[in-house]
Structures are given as C-alpha cells and as structure tokens.
Design a protein around this ligand. Structure first.
Ligand code: 5RP
Length: 236
C-alpha cells in the first residue's frame, strides 16, 4: 500500500496526513515505535511503511489494535509485543478532542486501553490531529470507558453519580466488543472543567478497565492545518 497523494485527499484528510508525516519523520532506524489507531494514525502507519520499504528503515512496532496490526503487517512493518521489548522510543496516535492543556479524549475507535498502555510506555507521545479536534473544554465527543461486562450496571450508576450518562456502544445492531473482549460505555458529561480530577474518579471505580481521558501524556500535539502544521507542547 502506498500513501495517498495530497491532491486526492479532502482538506481534513490533508490536515491529518500533514500531522502524521511530521510524526513519522521523527522515527529513526533502530527505534521501537507504538502505532496508534484511527484514520489519522492510519496515514502515519502508511507513511512509516513507505519509509521501511524505500529507506530500509529498521523499526520494531507495537500496534494499539488488531486493525493497526493488520495494516502494519501489510505495510511490511515488523510487529512485536511487550514480551519482546519493554520501552518504546515514541508512539504516534490520534485523539477525539484535545484541550488547551493537552488533555485528550480518546477511544472513538475503541482502542483506548491498548492506546494508553502504549502511550504510557513511550518516551515521546506524538498526538496527531486535525484542527477540528482542538476544543476549549473536553465535552462534545462522548467520553469512552472500556468496561468489564460483569460490572456494566455498577459503572453506569457510578458514572451517573459523577454527573454523566453512559450509553453502551453498539455496532451493526450488536454490543461493540473491543480487542480485549470488553465493552465500551460512551459517556456524556457537562464540559469537563478538571480532566485529571475526573480521571482520578474513574480510576477508583472497579469494573472500568480503562478510561479515555489521557492527561499529562502528550509530548507534542501536532495539529495539521490547511497551511501546514502547528506543534503544541505541554506548559510546565
Ligand atoms: C481510537 C482513537 C483515535 O485516536 C481517535 O478516535 C481519533 O481517530 P481519528 O484519527 O480517526 O479521528 O482514540 O481508539
């Protein structure tokens, strides 16, 4: 598979591809790389595959979903697991929303648990997004929780107590099942004033395998624009 040419893409896809190309340019031979999931990460995996084939770039990669694993293998990218490597040099992945403090909502593609493990183990997390993902407050995109089926009702009640309302994700008329065999509860909350505080609350609820708030994890937020890219770094 080859990367699409810029001319054949919509404006939003061009933004995604610009952000993806920036992150992939950071990869050097010998690196261990985490591969995200979603339409933006897909551009990055295609661009990485192109570098592997054309430049002979040697990398070992951990994908964040079975869909990304399949794409990476088709691209000729070497895929490994955490039994073979411990730390990643960098990872690239998209987001559903990003606030000015670079808190993220992730999990629109249902891969949030593996995405968080990969981001956690990466020295540098390049979050690659189009401009539409930038928001003042995390809110409009429902916040996904990956939930152990046995605990669904318990988690729903706890989410309600926190002021949210959960909806079990469906796909093609059936309950959506993640790569980990779990379910996704998409939660609507009022605009989230303090994402780290809410993240802490989720962490204390048994039955939530992982939540889609990524706080304090981004190394650079790479925003594709119509003109080029903007790179935002966390303020210390
Ligand atoms: C998947 C994710 C994705 O990164 C997020 O949904 C953004 O996807 P896209 O790049 O298609 O907008 O978290 O679980």
């Amino acid at each position: 598979m080859t990367s699409p040419t810029a001319q054949s893409l919509s404006a939003i896809d061009q933004q995604k591809k610009r952000a993806a190309d920036y992150a992939v340019a950071k990869v050097e031979t010998g690196m261990k790389v985490g591969l995200g999931t979603g339409s933006t990460a897909r551009f990055a995996v295609a661009a990485l595959g192109e570098r592997v084939r054309k430049e002979g770039l040697k990398v070992k990669c951990i994908p964040t979903s079975e869909a990304t694993r399949k794409q990476a293998e088709e691209e000729g990218i070497a895929v490994v697991g955490f039994d073979q490597i411990d730390r990643l040099d960098l990872c690239f992945d998209g987001a559903d929303e990003a606030d000015p403090k670079l808190n993220l909502t992730k999990g629109g593609g249902g891969a949030l648990l593996r995405e968080k493990v990969v981001a956690f183990t990466s020295a540098k997390f390049y979050c690659i997004v189009d401009e539409a993902k930038l928001v003042d407050k995390l809110y409009a995109f429902p916040l996904p929780l990956e939930v152990i089926p046995f605990a669904l009702k318990v988690v729903e009640r706890e989410v309600a107590a926190l002021g949210g309302q959960g909806t079990l994700r469906q796909k093609e008329g059936k309950t959506y099942v993640t790569d980990n065999g779990l379910w996704i509860l998409d939660c609507r909350f009022p605009p989230i004033e303090d994402p780290p505080l809410l993240a802490k609350a989720f962490a204390s609820i048994p039955g939530i395998a992982e939540h889609g708030l990524f706080c304090g994890m981004v190394y650079e937020l790479v925003v594709g624009t119509n003109e080029g890219i903007k790179v935002l770094k966390p303020q210390s």
